[in-house]
Design a protein around this ligand. Structure first.
Ligand SMILES: Nc1nc2c(c(=O)[nH]1)N[C@H]1C(S)=C(S)[C@@H](COP(=O)(O)O)O[C@H]1N2
Ligand SMILES: [Mo]
Length: 546
């Protein structure tokens, strides 16, 4: 009977952890912490940078290789699955250990003492989970005390059930006591097989009902949020794009020049984005200032002249030709205006920007002085930032990759001391200046047209060089001569530039390549480099049969 103790413990551990996760998910709808994601987020923060970076790169490559869909949302789904699998793993291992230990003990515990080992096991799991959740959770609305109590109750009950299962399982294997003793007074004698089937049925039911109900409530919430966004969207005037009537039309099939808000890529270190309550939120300007400030969102909106900027943001993890880059209109207050109110003291050299999720970055004060476009942004596309994009406040720094630009900002500390930012600590480029890159989006074989007795195929895509602009894009087909593409007037000096090249049709399979030159006359790096540590470079090519 003993050799299978650990195996049975693993099975019961798994069986009881599934409904536990479903109930945690359900409680999450009531504002309690979803600890599976908390543990995962915590791991992502404490694991060595290279482990995290390798996992992310591998994930991005797999998603791309297997064509699993949009990189950002697919990556989040994979992270969620990993978080659930990890938690299930903890349950399985705990169950196995508990059963193995109880079996070695020999004499079975009786009465209420039966559940003590399980309660202990539950406690051993609960304590670190409570501490970790308190440390990293940014989504729960419940107080720390309520969250801790809930986690403790859930895990203690789970542990007690494991103990109970062990006692029942062991008893079911014993000859049935002739007189029903105190030990199993309430338990009718059933076989182990029956017991396992009953536990399986009950846990499966609770898991499905719990998770189903939670999903239903979550969807209702999401719908309410979507409706709110739609309402706000209707309230803002649909702004005509600043390059309306530009001479060069994008080749049909080129990505949208202005990314629909719902398609803007999203990257951050959270399984789920913080949902900050505007009433509780303040921006603190602290450190080497004459007048420390504590600003509400309204104070920022009303107190400083709003500025608009069309911006192409890109993630430093975006491979050449990847989808981790998007364009929208940012609105906010000039950072220099806000700092002027606080009065920066002599000798200060940096801003340390801290976010609700524990993310942080450094910004040189010299850059703030030199670059008036740096803003504290509160609107994207004319409406308040979506939770996932940093509500209520994020920073915009032209010419820098996303990793330098915190979302969910809570504090800006003026300081004379440099410390590394979140991703810099993990080995990424300290400056993270956007690389000059160009991409072939489309060879529009369906949109050919005739001119001067020749059939032409529109070829198109984007080129981007941070805030440096694009002065030239060239295309070559089948490694022939480089030919200059036409450039569409961009939305602004900080967005990508749409290019178009009409190619004289020739039937067959062809290789299309693109390269560009930035606004300073600096050609893009044509050698391939991976994304780590400074952003990807290289020539983008598409092979198409037309
Ligand atoms: N607080 C916080 N800010 C953050 C991050 C984060 O994880 N936490 N990720 C950064 C990275 S790596 C990128 S690419 C951009 C992405 O912004 P988006 O998700 O709104 O597109 O946010 C940046 N700001
Ligand atoms: Mo990023």
């Amino acid at each position: 009977m003993k050799p299978f103790a650990a195996l049975m413990g693993a099975i019961f551990g798994g069986l009881f952890t599934l409904p536990l996760m479903a109930l945690l998910y359900l409680a999450d709808q009531a504002g309690l912490p979803l600890v599976m994601y908390d543990l995962f987020d915590w791991l992502a923060r404490v694991l060595p940078g290279n482990v995290v970076i390798n996992s992310i790169e591998t994930m991005v490559e797999i998603i791309d290789e297997l064509n699993l869909g949009a990189t950002d949302s697919t990556a989040k789904t994979l992270e969620h699955l990993a978080a659930l699998a990890m938690f299930l793993g903890i349950g399985i291992v705990t169950g196995a250990l508990l059963f193995a230990i109880l079996d070695r003990r020999g004499a079975p515990l009786t009465g209420a003492a039966r559940v003590v080992p399980g309660l202990l096991a539950g406690l051993i799991v609960a304590v670190p989970v409570i501490l970790i959740s308190r440390e990293v959770n940014v989504t729960a609305e419940a107080s720390d005390a309520a969250s801790a109590a809930w986690i403790a109750i859930a895990l203690l009950a789970w542990g007690a059930l494991l103990s109970w299962a062990h006692a029942r399982w062991t008893a079911a294997g014993e000859p049935v006591p002739v007189e029903s003793g105190a030990m199993l007074a309430s338990a009718e004698p059933i076989s182990r097989r029956q017991f396992l089937v009953r536990v399986g049925g009950a846990t499966a039911t609770i898991t499905l009902v719990g998770a189903g109900l939670a999903r239903y409530l979550e969807r209702r919430d999401e719908q309410a949020y979507q409706d709110l966004i739609a309402e706000r969207r209707d309230a803002v005037l649909p702004a005509g794009l600043p390059n309306e009537g530009a001479a060069v039309e994008p080749a049909p099939g080129t990505r949208p020049e202005y990314t629909p808000l719902e398609d803007h890529y999203q990257i951050d270190i959270n399984a789920r984005p913080p949902e900050i309550n505007e009433d509780d939120w303040r921006l603190a300007i602290t450190g080497m200032v004459e007048r420390p400030l504590t600003l509400t969102l309204d104070a920022i909106k009303a107190g400083y002249e709003p500025v608009d900027q069309y911006v192409t943001l890109a993630c430093i993890s975006n491979p050449v030709g990847g989808d981790l880059t998007s364009t929208t209109r940012w609105t906010g207050a000039r950072l220099s205006d806000v700092l002027a109110d606080a009065g920066v003291q002599d000798g200060a050299a940096y801003l340390r920007i801290t976010s609700q999720d524990g993310f942080h970055e450094m910004l040189d004060l010299a850059l703030v002085e030199a670059e008036p476009r740096i803003m504290l942004a509160y609107h994207w596309d004319g409406i308040p930032l979506l939770y996932k994009h940093g509500f209520p406040l994020r920073i915009y720094i032209p010419d820098r990759y996303g990793m330098k630009q915190p979302k969910w900002i809570t504090q800006i500390e003026v300081t004379d001391r440099y410390t590394e930012g979140y991703w810099v600590e993990r080995g990424w480029d300290e400056v993270a200046r956007m690389r000059t890159t160009s991409v072939v989006d489309v060879v529009a074989g369906d949109s050919t047209f005739e001119r001067d007795g020749q059939v032409w195929v529109p070829v198109g895509g984007i080129a981007h060089a941070g805030a440096r602009g694009i002065s030239k894009v060239e295309v070559r087909v089948d490694e022939g001569e480089w030919a200059e593409a036409a450039l569409r007037t961009p939305l602004s000096d900080t967005t990508w530039v749409i290019w178009r090249y009409d190619w004289p049709f020739a039937e067959g399979r062809h290789i299309f390549e693109v390269r560009c030159v930035d606004g300073d006359g600096e050609p893009q790096t044509t050698a391939n480099s991976g994304t780590f540590p400074s952003g990807a470079t290289g020539i983008h090519r598409l092979t198409r049969t037309v």
